[in-house]
Design a protein around this ligand. Sequence first.
Ligand code: ATP
Length: 362
Amino acid sequence: MAKITLSNLAHSYLPDPQSEDDFALKEMTHDWRDGEAYALLGSSGCGKTTLLNIISGLLRPSHGRVLFDGRDVTDHPTAERNIAQVFQFPVVYDTMTVRENLAFPLKNRGLPAPEIARRVQKVGDMIGMEAVLDRKARGLTADAKQKISLGRGMVREDVNALLFDEPLTVIDPHMKWELRTQLKKLHHDFGHTMIYVTHDQTEALTFADKVVVMYDGRVVQIGTPQELFERPAHTFVGYFIGSPGMNLFDARIDGTKAQIGGTRFDLGTTYPLGGGRVKIGVRPEYIRLSDTGLPARVKRVEDVGRHKIVRLEMDGAEVNAIADESGTVPDGGTHVQFVEGGVNVYENDWRVAARRETEAAA
Ligand SMILES: Nc1ncnc2c1ncn2[C@@H]1O[C@H](COP(=O)(O)OP(=O)(O)OP(=O)(O)O)[C@@H](O)[C@H]1O
């Protein structure tokens, strides 16, 4: 297992990149801690696979270095990095049995036969294929073959890191949950450094200790699920995480006062702003319907079982609020208020910490 350092890393697929826009990965420097389970989350095309392939050595970065435990591996091929990688679609040997497929990475490393047998049995159980270990892989469903690929990724105990690129895409929904649980257990038992690429927030939030959110070739936040929920570092994180995502309001802030549309209200603290474009972000969970506050109109109410999602309109924009299942929601005109502690302020899309927060941290 290893700490992974990305040092001034950037990548362009173009031979002669001219501007930042030409980079699929914009310059980044990060340490990914030894033994931590990370999910790499972002929408299609934001650079997740590019970053994963640079870490695994399938792709050489056009700028910067990759270090494993401080050792520069930028120019090392995948085989020398001692990592296991599982891809979106199965990579199995059709002519081998399930058992032989699972044993393959261990045989390659010359492990003694009893040790191979023990680990293959264990992983066979984990992926729910203990009954078909002696079947040929040929003829198995795509779903079963992908489980073998996952098993092959998990069978080695000595890897620097385990990398998964959307590995559950072809797996049926019930088994997805089961396999994710097994991966978490594996992480708990062996403490591998794991990186799991997904564009599915549920998958990311349930699997990882830390979620790395990517947007447009950048890592915009690395945080626990709770941090991403309560203090999204970028408007994209607020909007992308959560169901529905964070509401964003154009605002003016002057001292402790904020103004949205024609309504002024007190924020209880000041924000060190530099004259950029200001937005206030409030998650639907922190919006209350009220007799006073910001004028809004109820458009419709969706009962999703545990709670209601209230779709409102404010100044022509859609705003979402979450209300208790038992609460009554007025028809038409109403007002909304923000719950204390539920307000985040953004300048040019990046979160600005309130003075109160920075003072408390000092
Ligand atoms: N081999 C390549 N040659 C040129 N451009 C590429 C290549 N691979 C990826 N790109 C571009 O780099 C950017 C990042 O792609 P990447 O596949 O890393 O994103 P992703 O977040 O993994 O997306 P997805 O979830 O769709 O797989 C995209 O704009 C993509 O078009």
